[in-house]
Design a protein around this ligand. Structure first.
Ligand SMILES: *Cc1c(COP(=O)(O)O)cnc(C)c1O
Length: 359
């Protein structure tokens, strides 16, 4: 605290990201990064962008990231004018809160969801109400029909990994036309159905994507929003009142290359999905209850073992998983899907920790 702080700083509750350990060789299953590298074309594109002498870095990047927007628009069969890009989808979401979600009624999002949402709501002074997930941790879209200033949910949801079918999302869109519906599809490529194909039909639908998860570019910070040009325009107005150049030259070049190598992307998703099923089976065999996941992580609890204690014991073995000290989920662990070798290291360590008590 300091008397120099602006009033709002006293009231913020900043998001706490998963630890980036300093261990030399951690088994890092705590922030949903992809265990596989990005397409080799990404490295080529970065080298090409830099040239021999990095002289290109003297100049500002394209403030509109036009080539990147065109590439990603083509990928999704939409127009560049329906694409917004930001410095990671977290920044995109921040602009969404400020540009599209501040209205007379509170916005609605799930009680258990991405914990950045309440953080942004406080930062931008947006009122919100949460709607409880059902007993099985599924989002109940029925609850979102009440008058609201906007609706926001991830699909698949985080940190549960559960996905909604597209038909349910479309049913909500058919009923709700007077406020913006934001679907955060950070994990959609690992097994859910994308709503991007619906943006032409629903001018109030905004779909948010990231290059951080399925495209292995968390370190580059590239995120997207797809929607009607008027929604994109609102985001650009906020962006151009904040930072004209949110994506540097290397990030734009890297993301273009990643979207151009579809075979690499598909192969990486396929491997992660196969490892997820294997990890889920391994955890179940150890006595965990595992929420069915359509993401690159699983959400699991063990009747006989306190989740926070398990996370601590794993950390001592240089294995990092995520524990949220929050109502309803403080006995769960969120475990990112690593390589099969990393998942095996986790399962071995858990077998050790749980010891003779299973069986
Ligand atoms: C990881 C994640 C994001 C943010 O990703 P960026 O790295 O900022 O692009 C957004 N939403 C959800 C639900 C996430 O899990």
């Amino acid at each position: 605290m300091s008397r120099f702080w602006s009033d709002i700083v006293h009231r913020l509750k900043p998001y706490v990201p998963g630890e980036q350990p300093v261990h030399t060789n951690p088994v890092k299953l705590n922030t949903n990064e992809n265990p596989y590298p990005p397409s080799p074309r990404v490295l080529d594109a970065i080298r090409h962008e830099l040239g021999e002498t990095a002289d290109t870095l003297r100049r500002y990047p394209d403030p509109t990231a036009l080539r990147l927007r065109e590439t990603v628009a083509r990928y999704h069969g939409i127009h560049a004018g329906q694409v917004f890009v930001g410095n990671g989808s977290d920044e995109v979401l921040a602009h969404v809160f400020q540009a599209l979600l501040k209205h007379e009624h509170p916005i609605l999002f799930p009680d258990i969801t991405y914990s950045f949402y309440p953080t942004y709501a406080r930062l931008y002074d947006v009122e919100y109400r949460t709607i409880a997930l059902d007993e099985a941790f599924a989002v109940r879209l029925d609850g979102y029909a009440a008058p609201n200033g906007g609706v926001l949910f991830p699909n698949p949801n985080a940190p549960t990994g559960r996905a909604l079918p597209l038909t349910e999302i479309e049913r909500l869109l058919e009923r709700k036309t007077e406020s913006v519906v934001v679907v955060d599809e950070a994990y959609v490529d690992f097994g859910a159905e994308s709503a991007v194909g619906l943006i032409d039909r629903y001018p109030n639908l905004l779909v948010v994507h990231t290059a951080s998860k399925a495209r292995s570019l968390a370190g580059m910070r590239v995120g997207f929003a797809f929607g009607d040009a008027t929604l994109i325009d609102a985001l650009n107005r906020v962006k151009d009142s904040f930072n004209s150049y949110p994506l540097d030259r290397l990030a734009q070049a890297a993301a273009i290359a990643a979207y151009e190598d579809d075979a690499w992307f598909r192969d990486s998703c396929r491997k992660v999905i196969a490892s997820r099923e294997r990890l889920s089976a391994g955890l179940t065999a150890l006595g965990f209850e595992v929420v069915p996941s359509a993401a690159n992580f699983v959400f699991a609890r063990h009747e006989g073992h306190d989740a926070a204690a398990l996370a601590t014991r794993l950390r001592e073995k240089a294995i990092f998983v995520r524990h949220f000290n929050a109502p309803r989920i403080d006995q769960h662990l969120r475990i990112s899907v690593g390589t099969d070798a990393e998942c095996d290291a986790l399962l071995d360590a858990l077998r050790d920790v749980i010891g003779g008590q299973v069986g």
